[in-house]
Each structure stands twice: as structure tokens, then as C-alpha cells.
Ligand binder design. Structure first.
Ligand code: ASP
Length: 458
């Protein structure tokens, strides 16, 4: 029977969603947000599709990390893989931030003839909503800051990583760092003990992992309906006036993300992994389309895992280790975006950031991108934290919140793009590391991307 492949189904759903969303926007204008059509679309997109993906994140991350590490040959194998993974995360994030910093300094989206862009300023000042939006984001950030450790952002990260209650951490999708920590500890513990108890635990967790991968396949059958719902709701609620005033800013972000996605990451694939980037794009297309529609790295994780194992031929061992960590810790698109957004706000507020100021933005973007959760608009909170840190004694701290509100208003489309960059970078890391570990099945199929089922399992 003729059956359209999943990525085609998703692409068609995306296009239909854009058309339906634009139609709703032009018929209902501002009122589109409250219409029951948008509510129905959000139900299928957010409640059902994203909800189901989120539902399996905790057991999937836990079981993948534990089985992944249990499959490594002792602590030595883990150490080697750990160092390679960390090295890749740092390299790709630094590359991303450098691109972001360069593009924002060249394009200067917040300035016109060296002065704060009057159009953007007027747009921000005239829209009282932005104050409220900015304030609500900064409230989340203030919560984090109050809990902040004397050791600064690093201390804050460590505090969030060590859970005081295992069950609480496992019941909270926002506590990914804690969950990774628990999973690593369990895996190491299992490596250190012997006897029948160990075998039983390892085989149960392995079974849970298989089960979660199966469930992911079922959830993906709903992807076209979910994607249609998400796209329709997004487009219907994004009026054109927002997009026009913030156009230069949005173009700046898109150029930088594009350079990282189409130039820097493929270069890493070729130079470090000796693999054909085109094949890798093809192998990852379901995951890229899912991340683009959901704007959530965490919700996309099950799909990323599946693409990497089934289409790119990366072993379970490597993908189970590199991906769950990467979905929370390695966020190239987010780090790049934070840099551009903070410098844009500084430009609009007329605050010049010297070299030292920009350097602190870079360091904070690198650190906060580690702690940002893989959910929609999560970087906004990090952006507020960075602004509060670098602008503490400067006048732009207070007024900047309305600008953050304006960024929020146009965030969705940029979020969809940066999330795709985030998950693509994780997948490149997994492929490069798999190659370096001597895995033979990586992107060797002439027609990879067709779910050929290559699994270089040990
Ligand atoms: N939405 C992004 C992700 O899930 C995080 C962010 O940059 O807001 O990867």
C-alpha cells in the first residue's frame, strides 16, 4: 500500500499549518489568540503531541544513560567517551558563540547610524504589554538569582544538579540536570557492584529503554496532526506588525543560526568525522522537523535518538551517552541566541558594551546555556540573568525588561530555528564521536535516512 514517509507527512502538515494559521490571522486579527480554533489546534499540538513526548522523557533519559554506560567497557571506556563528549560540547558552543558575537557586531540590529534604533524604541515604548511580559520572565529569573550560590552561576548549576529528593527530581521535567546526575550515579554504582542483583537491575532498565523507544515510534504516528496544530496556533497568534519592527533583529539571529547550521557544523562533520554532511541532514530530517515544530529539545529527544540509531547507524552505546546529556547541556543555538539578544538589548538601550563587557556576556551565555531546560522560550530567563549580571551598575538594567518583552513577542519562530540547531549539534557530536570510536555502520548506507535499520549495536 502506498504510504508517505514520516518526514513528508510532517512537511505537508507544516505547510498546511502555515496556510491555516495565516487564514485565521487574516480573518480574526488580534482576536485569533482567543478563538476556539486556536484552542483546538493547541489541544492537538501541545496537550496531545508535545504532552506525549514529554511523558516519556524521564524514563527514556534515565534508561538510556544507564544502559548506555553499562554497555561501556568499564570506567576507562567511560572516561574516554566522557572526555570526547565534553570536548565536542565546548568546541561547538564556542564556535556558535563566536559566530553570534561576530554577526551581531557586524549587523548591529539595535542601532541606526550608531544610535539606538528609534523605530524599535518607539515600538517597545508604545506597547505596554512588553513591560508585563518582560517582568514575568524576570520574575522566573529573580527566583533563580535569589537562590543563587555565593559561587555565582557555577554554584547555582551545581545546586540544581544535586537533588535533595530523587523522586521529586524524577517527577519534574524541568530538573533535567538532576536526572542526568542520578542516572550517571546509578550507572557508576552498577559498574561497581557484582552479583545477580546487578544483572536483574541492568536487564530491567534495558527493557524499559526498549519499551520507551517502541512508544516513541507510536507517538511519531501522531506527528503530522501535532505539527499541524502547533503551526496553525503559532502563525495565527503572530501578527505581522511585531515581525516588521523587529525584522533586523530576527534576520541577524537567523543569519547567525544559518551560518552555524550550514557552515560550521558541516565543517566539523567533514573535518573531525569524515562524513558527508548531506547524508547526515537526510538521516536527521524527522528529528529536525520535530524540533522545528515543537521548539523543545527535550520533547524531541526520543525522535533524535531514533534517527541517530536507525538512520545514521550510530550505536546505542554512543547515542545513549551523548544525546540525553547534549539535549540539556549542549545548546549551541541557545548560546548563540543569548549573545545576540543581550547585545541587541544593550544597543537599543544605548549602553555600549566594551570588550570586557562582551566577554562576560560570552562566558555567561556559555554557562547559562548548560542550565537552560530544553523547553520553548527557556533562553528568555537566561537572557534576563545575563542582563542583570552585566548591567548591574548601569542604567539599562531596568528599562531593558520591556525590550526583553519585545524579544519574547517574536520569540517563537526564532525558538523553532535555534532548537533545530541545538539538536543538530548534538547529533553531529554523536556521529563524530561514534566515528572516532571506530563504529563501522555510521552513515555508510548509500541511502541513509530511509530508516534502513542499521544498528551498530555491540
Ligand atoms: N527551546 C530551546 C530548546 O528546547 C531552548 C531555548 O533556547 O529556549 O532547545
Amino acid at each position: 500500500m502506498f504510504k508517505l514517509k514520516v518526514h513528508w507527512q510532517i512537511i505537508i502538515a507544516l505547510v498546511l499549518g502555515v496556510a491555516a494559521g495565516s487564514a485565521l490571522q487574516s480573518m480574526l486579527g488580534e482576536g485569533a489568540s482567543e478563538s476556539s480554533w486556536v484552542e483546538i489546534c493547541e489541544f492537538f499540538g501541545k496537550t496531545v503531541f508535545i504532552g506525549l513526548l514529554k511523558m516519556i522523557i524521564v524514563p527514556l533519559i534515565f534508561s538510556s544513560i544507564v544502559t548506555g554506560i553499562a554497555g561501556l567497557s568499564g570506567v576507562k571506556g567511560f572516561g574516554r567517551l566522557g572526555i570526547k563528549t565534553l570536548g565536542y560540547y565546548v568546541l561547538s558552543s564556542v564556535l556558535a558563540i563566536t559566530i553570534g558575537l561576530t554577526v551581531v557586531n557586524v549587523m548591529k540590529p539595535g542601532l541606526v547610524d550608531g544610535k539606538p534604533n528609534p523605530e524599535v524604541k518607539e515600538f517597545i515604548n508604545n506597547n505596554k504589554n512588553f513591560d508585563k511580559k518582560g517582568e514575568s520572565v524576570s520574575k522566573d529569573a529573580t527566583g533563580l538569582r535569589e537562590e543563587k550560590h555565593a559561587l555565582g552561576v557555577v554554584g547555582d548549576l551545581a545546586e540544581r544538579m544535586i537533588p535533595t529528593n530523587v523522586f521529586k527530581a524524577a517527577s519534574d521535567n524541568g530538573a533535567m540536570l538532576s536526572l542526568i546526575f542520578i542516572s550517571l550515579l546509578t550507572a557508576f554504582g552498577l559498574m561497581a557492584i557484582e552479583g545477580p542483583g546487578k544483572e536483574a537491575v541492568v536487564s530491567v532498565i534495558g527493557g524499559v529503554n526498549k519499551l520507551m523507544i517502541k512508544v516513541t515510534g507510536w507517538i511519531m504516528c501522531l506527528a503530522p496532526i501535532g505539527v499541524f496544530g502547533l503551526m496553525t496556533a503559532t502563525i495565527a497568534q503572530t501578527g505581522p506588525s511585531f515581525l516588521l519592527a523587529m525584522a533586523t533583529y530576527m534576520v541577524t539571529v537567523l543569519i547567525a543560526l544559518g551560518l552555524h547550521f550550514f557552515v560550521a557544523l558541516p565543517l566539523l562533520l567533514v573535518l573531525l568525522g569524515r562524513v558527508n554532511p548531506w547524508r547526515h541532514y537526510r538521516a536527521m530530517r524527522d528529528a529536525l522537523l520535530t524540533s522545528f515544530s515543537t521548539a523543545s529539545s527535550s520533547a524531541t529527544l526520543p525522535v533524535t535518538m531514533r534517527c541517530l540509531q536507525d538512520n545514521a547507524g550510530v550505536s546505542k552505546r554512543t547515542s545513549s551517552f551523548v544525546l540525553p546529556l547534549g539535549a540539556t547541556v549542549n545548546m549551541d543555538g541557545t548560546a548563540l541566541y543569548e549573545c545576540i539578544a543581550v547585545l541587541f538589548v544593550a544597543q537599543v538601550m544605548g549602553a555600549s558594551l566594551d570588550f570586557a563587557g562582551q566577554l562576560s556576556v560570552v562566558v555567561l551565555a556559555l554557562l547559562t546555556s548548560v542550565g537552560v531546560a530544553g523547553v520553548p522560550s527557556a533562553s528568555l530567563v537566561a537572557i534576563v540573568i545575563i542582563i542583570q549580571n552585566v548591567a548591574e551598575d548601569q542604567p539599562w538594567g531596568g528599562g531593558a525588561m520591556a525590550a526583553v518583552g519585545a524579544i519574547y513577542a517574536v520569540d517563537r519562530i526564532l525558538d523553532m530555528c535555534r532548537t533545530s540547531v541545538n539538536i543538530f549539534s548534538d547529533s553531529c557530536g554523536a556521529v563524530i564521536i561514534a566515528k572516532s570510536e571506530g563504529e563501522q555502520g555510521v552513515l555508510t548506507d548509500a541511502d541513509s535516512g530511509t530508516a534502513s535499520g542499521i544498528e551498530a549495536e555491540e
